[in-house]
Design a protein around this ligand. Sequence first.
Ligand code: IMP
Length: 428
Amino acid sequence: MSVMAIVGAQWGDEGKGKVIDELASRADYVVRYQGGGNAGHRVVHGDDEFAFHLVPAGVLHPNVICVIGNGVVVDPRGLLHEMENLRQLGVDLDRIVISERAHVVMPYHFVLDRLEEESRGVEHLGTVMRGIGPAYVDKYSRVGIRMADLLDVDHFRSKLSAVLAQKNRMITQIYGQSALSLEEIHTEYVGYAQRLRAHIRDTESILQKALGERRAILLEGAQGALLDIDFGTYPFVTSSSTVAGNASTGAGLPPRSIDHVLGIYKAYITRVGSGPMPTELFNGEGDALRAAGREFGTTTGRPRRCGWFDAVAGRFVARLNGFDSVAIMKLDVLDSFSAIKICTSYRLNGRELHAPPANHNDLAACEPVYEEWPGWQAPTTDATCWDDLPEKARRYLRRIEALLGTPLALVSVGPGRGKTVHLRELVL
Ligand code: IMP
């Protein structure tokens, strides 16, 4: 096997960073295929903790080539900042390559993300304000600026001048704010391009060559399937396709080159930003999950909304992505609970639903139907194999596995490297 896609199966923040970091020890390439600086992967490494937004989580392994794929939108300032932090930690930055086809997040995207959010009022999406939505809008409107454009100073200037005139009309005439300066942006971004030049490459060829050599390639998803632009809780979603189907397009690899799709779930569920969340807990149990799971955003620091495992959304996502196996993360967060619930269906206007409705008002009106499982009330964090887990924890996990209809490959019992129970070998 050579290519594995790792996909978030909830609303992001499932713990993909940890899984990728562990699997990357056997990988040659780790490739981000969508999203941008809105992502936040927290990886715990000994006493150190690292937060990644754009650089693929495999960067801490000295032999891994980290690719920022064509499907990603890149804020060069944020990326350079992240690279500088990594350099100070002694990480070799030559291993980071960026697709020349990746779109650039420009200053007007940040401004418009904020202005559009403010204009939505109570209907705001709760974006992370990293310009992601406006950058993808420009990509699909065919006025986006790509990494390759930045490298040609005159060509960049003429593209920027045309698009900035349009953006400044929006910023000044619709939102009544000050126009942005062409000169300032041009100078700033030409500077970034100079610093990034050596990293900007034809990454699809690099990856296709690696594929031919049967190298081990991990495709790293950002956010989660419930934030997918098509299948998520639209419009409370991110602006990219987060599901496995986009892993090939966003990396520049053929769809049939993907040998295994691994879905990452938490043993409960969280969400940041707005939008329906049927199993959200507004009581002390939600607070207890937040405290035990340190559920605060890596990118924004916002407290995450917490709830019980939603197997309705979970199974919908497992089927959409065709997961070959799944990981259940943060099991240890549930260690102290005396009872744990799993949502097995939704009730809407007297009907029982087994998949999330497309209309977000309907989803918001869905009541979760729960089954209750006894808590194990014992520490799991030192478990190193399946039999080390308390029997009640094993029963809980087996129930989730059955509801998802997908075999369980690993269970995470703590944030650090090695705090993982493997049920089957993931061949890379
Ligand atoms: P955007 O991606 O900044 O446009 O935000 C759209 C929605 O996706 C908001 O609800 C964000 O909170 C959410 N979101 C974006 N990135 C992440 C992530 O990496 N983890 C969790 N939620 C995210």
